[in-house]
Design a protein around this ligand. Structure first.
Ligand code: TYD
Ligand code: MG
Length: 438
């Protein structure tokens, strides 16, 4: 019996198709005779019993971490890289991934494989960043088997291998273009096995684009130990690094950087995403959010304008789209604003995204402010989750954000402590009008 496998997505089938039913590409199904054999009748052949060990008897040891010396980065990693760990670092092209890698690995023995830039380009950048290159080895060769073979021979001279980017690497045994899903998965699997066997930390850089072209790197997430995402707006200078998975640390820490003429600079100021001189304008609200063990403050802007369309527009950046729709429904129900006659645009300043629930209250406050065309005082802060029934709930780490907000000089802090429902929010915020110039 024959068996056919798609070169692009790995879809398997007993019959051949011109167009892959899974990924929709044409002429990608090829015959795999070995596949058919393995599913044939000789079931016992090659069978291997599993070995079982009481978990109690397994010896554990605290793995020594390879520290980068960049505090914001080490914290996100959970204290540094762990030998044998595979990290997927994703982000849009041009956001600063290669820069971060060069800066953070400057004291670590590194093999840097680049399919994106020439040695000359990387050296130029390193010179500009003032990175000491004594520990850096470089290659433009992109065949995964070759990389593994060469790195194994140099085992004693390397601690970390960087693949920039995983989309440019190919395996000699896989048909299909590099960056195809099958290639991506295969090279990643080979690199993961290699990293574990030889105790190298391996960083895989993966490009993603804003439009959500994440099918590639996204499909690799379950192979790796740690997934880091580098986010921010190219036009703004601030960058956030977040982890969505970490087998060797927590997933709630973030690192903040500023891109300067001399590379990335660490930022510890929690107000960094707010304007220095905050202006009074309708539609703005400042929210307090917990990110790991630290509190951060962001500005949410909402623009509510009469619509000319049959279906009003909702455009959301930096917050979860469905969450915003849900909160709009809560506002319609509780405040009877005729929102279906208005287009609504929501944005978080700085090109960053807010996770969690504590920005709910601030989003609604900014919406009311825009709808009523009345600015909120620039020294007011909003912290709170909003429930489906319009009630204001306590959020994760609320006390900590509250005290940090007080310390930083916010005069009025709104939360579930002084507002219990969305219903009373307009009267409470609009009362502020008289003393809004504080
Ligand atoms: P890069 O690290 O090449 O991005 P990625 O690897 O994610 O594609 O960063 C490229 C951008 O960063 C580029 O537009 C220039 C800018 N940059 C600075 O502003 N300052 C610097 O010191 C460096 C090295 C880059
Ligand atoms: Mg790059």
């Amino acid at each position: 019996m024959s068996f056919f496998v798609c070169k692009e997505c790995g879809f398997g089938s007993a019959s051949w198709y011109g167009k892959c039913p899974d990924c929709g590409k044409w002429n990608t199904l090829v015959e795999r005779p070995d596949f058919a054999k393995s599913t044939s009748s000789k079931k016992k052949e090659g069978l291997k019993k599993i070995s079982i060990t009481p978990l109690k008897k397994i010896k554990t040891q605290e793995k020594t971490r390879i520290k980068t010396g960049i505090f914001e980065f080490d914290r996100v990693l959970g204290g540094g890289f762990v030998p044998g760990e595979v990290i997927l670092l994703t982000g849009e092209p041009g956001i600063g991934k290669s820069t971060l890698i060069l800066q953070s690995l400057k004291n670590i023995r590194t093999l840097y494989i680049s399919g994106e830039e020439s040695g000359e380009q990387v050296k130029n950048r390193a010179d500009r960043l003032g990175v000491n290159l004594d520990n850096f080895l470089f290659s433009n060769d992109l065949q995964v088997e070759g990389i593994i073979e060469s790195a194994a021979e140099m085992k004693d001279q390397i601690d970390i291998i960087v693949i920039d980017s995983i989309q440019t690497i190919y395996s000699k045994d896989v048909e299909g273009v590099s960056a195809g899903i099958t290639q991506l998965k295969e090279v990643t699997k080979l690199l993961v096995t290699f990293a574990k066997k030889n105790n190298f930390a391996v960083i895989l850089i993966g490009h993603i684009t804003k439009e959500g072209e994440i099918a590639g790197p996204k499909s690799l997430e379950h192979f790796v130990d740690c997934v880091l995402n580098f986010e921010g707006e190219k036009v703004s200078n601030y960058r956030l690094i977040r982890t969505s998975k970490n087998r060797f640390g927590g997933t709630d820490e973030i690192g903040i950087f500023e891109m300067t003429g001399r590379g990335l600079k660490e930022i510890s100021n929690p107000l960094v995403f707010l304007e220095e001189k905050r202006s009074l304008e309708p539609g703005k609200a400042i929210v307090g959010v917990a990110e790991g063990k630290r509190s951060l403050f962001f500005e949410i802007q909402t623009l509510v304008v009469p619509t000319v369309l049959a279906f009003p527009r909702r455009v959301v950046k930096g917050l979860d789209y469905n969450k915003v729709l849900l909160l709009l429904a809560v506002v319609r129900k509780n405040l009877s604003f005729p929102l279906d006659r208005f287009d609504i645009y929501v944005n978080v300043i700085g090109g960053v995204s807010i996770k969690g629930t504590s920005a709910d209250l601030g989003l609604i406050a900014s919406l009311i402010s825009s709808f009523k065309n009345i600015p909120l005082p620039t020294s007011s802060l909003f912290i709170g989750e909003v429930g489906l029934l319009g009630e204001i709930r306590k959020t994760y780490f609320e006390e900590k954000i509250l005290s940090e907000g007080k310390r930083l000089g916010f005069k009025k802090i709104y939360s579930g402590k002084n507002i219990n429902s969305v219903k009373t929010l307009p009267s409470v915020i609009l009362r502020e009008r008289s003393d809004r110039r504080i």
